[in-house]
Design a binder for this molecule. Structure first.
Ligand code: NVA
Length: 321
């Protein structure tokens, strides 16, 4: 996995490409701001003018598009939707040239794309904040929303540290990587349970462990779903077939069956454990209908919290730049 983009120049913008680009204190600031936006959707309007923010997507989207476009408008700005299939960034025009066109007109760029090298190339030249709205490697805005959801249900941001969050399924995908880095930053005990061959890259696990050693959190990777769920405060899962992995859909079934989040597996978690899923969900595959539609599921709070978390992130990034 390529390294974090450095922003050392005094007036350089802050980007958000990976979860570990926010320090623990910075992440707390963003989450506190997210709770403030949750209480009052008009809490701040840093994009008043309106200033435009570009939202570009090269992959399918619903929650991400709706929450960013709504959020940019609620921040007083103009949500500028750019269709990635028309823009063909990196094909019709270089990523650098596209970025130089955009950053003279917009106050931030939000991009959902494939390789992390693509969004890193944009951040290297952009004079405005670049935000990762999902890449193959990371989904850091989703993890901010997930942390906000845990804070909402556990009594605030200060209650996050020490919570145990178990993620079941594809341990090598963007959600697993972001739970590792973002969860460790929040001081969570992060457990990733996936079948052999679908476990996180050692470099990500090592980076998460370094962060966890400073926050009181911890990181565990296992292929034992029951051990991973036992005693958990939060149980999360995601599709077994991420966007871009569709050609492997058939082979990505049987290895994952033991990691399906059903009522029997959830029963090993704490009785008041909450269930997260970034959606879209495939009932009967990675999660049963009984669980996702059951009393422990907070997946629609989680989806709503994309709005509040991303408004907080944009506000924070613009104030730092
Ligand atoms: N891991 C999934 C997340 C979808 C929001 C994917 O990348 O398709």
């Amino acid at each position: 996995m390529a390294s974090t983009v450095k922003t050392s120049t005094v007036n350089a913008p802050r980007h958000f490409l990976r979860d570990d680009e926010l320090s623990p204190a910075e992440q707390r600031e963003v989450l506190d701001l997210g709770l403030a936006f949750r209480s009052n959707r008009q809490h701040r309007q840093p994009l008043a003018g309106p200033q435009a923010v570009a939202f570009i997507t090269d992959k399918p989207t619903l929650r991400t598009q709706v929450s960013f476009l709504t959020g940019i408008a609620e921040l007083g700005g103009f949500p500028l939707m750019v269709d990635g299939s028309l823009a063909q960034i990196g094909v019709r025009e270089s990523i650098a040239d596209t970025t130089r066109v955009l950053d003279r007109q917009v106050s931030a760029i939000v991009w959902r794309t494939y390789g992390d090298d693509r969004i890193q190339a944009m951040a290297e030249v952009s004079r405005v904040p670049v935000v990762n709205a999902l890449t193959d490697g990371f989904h850091p805005c989703q993890i901010l929303a997930d942390l906000l959801t845990v804070a909402q249900h556990r009594g605030g941001v200060e209650a996050l540290a020490g919570q145990t969050l178990t993620y079941l399924g594809d341990g090598a995908n963007n959600m697993a990587n972001s739970y590792l880095l973002g969860g460790a930053t929040a001081g969570l005990h992060v457990r990733i349970a996936g079948p052999a061959g679908y476990q996180p890259e050692p470099s990500i696990v090592e980076q998460a462990a370094v962060i966890a050693s400073t926050t009181g959190g911890s990181v565990t990777v296992t292929d034992d779903p029951q051990a991973a769920v036992t005693g958990a405060d939060v149980v999360a899962t995601d599709t077994w077939v991420s966007m871009g992995d569709e050609a492997e859909a058939a082979e990505r079934q049987s290895p994952f069956v033991p990691f399906r989040l059903d009522a029997a597996l959830l029963a090993h978690a704490k009785p008041d454990a909450i269930v997260l899923h970034c959606l879209p969900a495939y009932r009967g595959k990675e999660i049963t209908a009984e669980v996702i539609d059951g009393p422990q599921s907070v997946v629609f709070d989680e989806a709503e919290n994309r709005l509040h978390a991303q408004k907080a992130l944009l506000t924070w990034l613009l104030s730092e730049g």
